[in-house]
Ligand binder design. Structure first.
Ligand SMILES: NC(=O)c1ccc[n+]([C@@H]2O[C@H](COP(=O)([O-])OP(=O)(O)OC[C@H]3O[C@@H](n4cnc5c(N)ncnc54)[C@H](O)[C@@H]3O)[C@@H](O)[C@H]2O)c1
Length: 311
């Protein structure tokens, strides 16, 4: 495995991959910066061991990460390359061909860009069948989700193999389309935009807004995404919420398409778990099981949060 860029994300990849017993080579912008990155990797892993998040053996594994003097040396023989240099288009367009030129023809090359079009980046690559976007979240050694962004030419087998590797590392990949912001950043930005508006309008102080997000609807998010939550709440209920928000808050809340998405289902009698189906289908048994499992998980999370010391 090769990690290009030993910053916030690159060190997380090196920690995760070496911790899983994989051979890892890392390179930064110069030999000196690579040496410093490896030093920081050691400190980071020792910190996790001291906090009892990792077994002491992780220190030795992290020490096995080899520094490479340049990109070519880093990628030689690697099955997977993760590009994690700063978010500068020119730099990425320069690094990707250098990676490809020295990598095995079979190597899978990925970019951890958080905003650039993967199609645009793929323009710098000749073997596009083996290229894809792999958008991780900070800190990548602990956050399980990874967005996988194939381009048109990416071979399905490469997408499959990358997902398998991620699952073996304990991650939870999701394949998403190559549109600006992919999916996660688009959703996060929608929330953030509205959070800033609520504070700007004097509706709430930042600390209370954080509490609302964490403890109200955010409390459910470790277990369910918006579609499952909608099914349990009722699509008809949300439809009416959309209408009320539009009436009270005006044009900015005109959710015409979203109301159509829900309205067509509601008209077809698909209001969610209470009617046997919404975005997903449920037999009576499946619905009962889901609801009791939901409550079991919420109770377990509430208890865990109660036990954790305040931040
Ligand atoms: N930080 C995050 O929360 C986050 C989350 C998701 C994705 N990303 C993406 O991951 C990528 C890396 O982000 P980061 O936060 O780790 O950045 P960073 O600035 O912390 O680290 C980038 C590293 O790349 C090195 N570098 C610069 N030029 C290089 C070169 N030519 N060859 C090798 N290394 C070089 C830098 O010296 C630095 O150590 C970016 O594309 C970013 O958008 C970041």
């Amino acid at each position: 495995m090769a990690v290009i860029g030993g910053g916030t994300m690159g060190l997380g990849f090196a920690e995760l991959l070496s911790g899983a017993g994989l051979t890892v080579r890392l390179c930064d912008a110069s030999s000196e910066l690579t040496r410093q990155s490896l030093e920081r990797l050691g400190e980071r892993v020792r910190g996790h061991v001291e906090a009892r998040l990792l077994e002491p053996a992780a220190i030795e594994r992290a020490a096995s990460v080899e520094g490479a003097d340049d990109v070519a040396a880093a990628v030689q023989g690697a099955e997977l390359v993760i590009e994690a240099v700063p978010e500068q288009l020119e730099l990425k367009l320069e690094i990707l061909p250098a990676i490809e030129a020295a990598a095995d023809p079979e190597a899978v090359i990925t970019s951890n860009t958080s905003s650039f079009s993967i199609k645009e980046l793929s323009g710098a690559i000749e073997r596009r069948g083996r290229f894809l976007g792999m958008h991780w979240f900070n800190p990548p050694e602990w956050v399980p989700g990874v967005e996988i962004i194939p381009v048109e030419e990416t071979e399905p087998e490469v997408v499959e193999r990358t997902q398998e590797l991620l699952r073996r590392l304990g991650k939870r990949p999701a394949v998403v389309g190559d549109e600006v912001g992919f999916v996660a950043n688009r959703l996060q930005s929608a929330l953030l935009r509205e959070a800033l508006a609520c504070v700007r309008e004097g509706l709430v102080e930042p600390a209370d807004l954080d509490e609302v997000v964490r403890s109200c609807f955010g409390f459910r998010l470790p277990f369910f995404g918006p579609f499952r939550i909608l099914d349990m709440a009722g699509l008809d209920v949300q439809l009416s919420v959309f209408e009320t928000l539009e009436g009270g808050l005006g044009e900015r809340f005109a959710a015409t398409d979203a109301k159509d998405d829900l309205g067509s289902r509601v008209d077809a009698g698909r209001t969610g778990t209470k009617s046997g189906g919404g975005f997903f289908d449920y037999s009576d048994e499946e619905r009962d099981r889901l609801l009791i499992e939901r409550d079991r998980r919420y109770a377990a999370l509430a208890e865990l949060l109660e036990r954790l010391p305040p931040l």
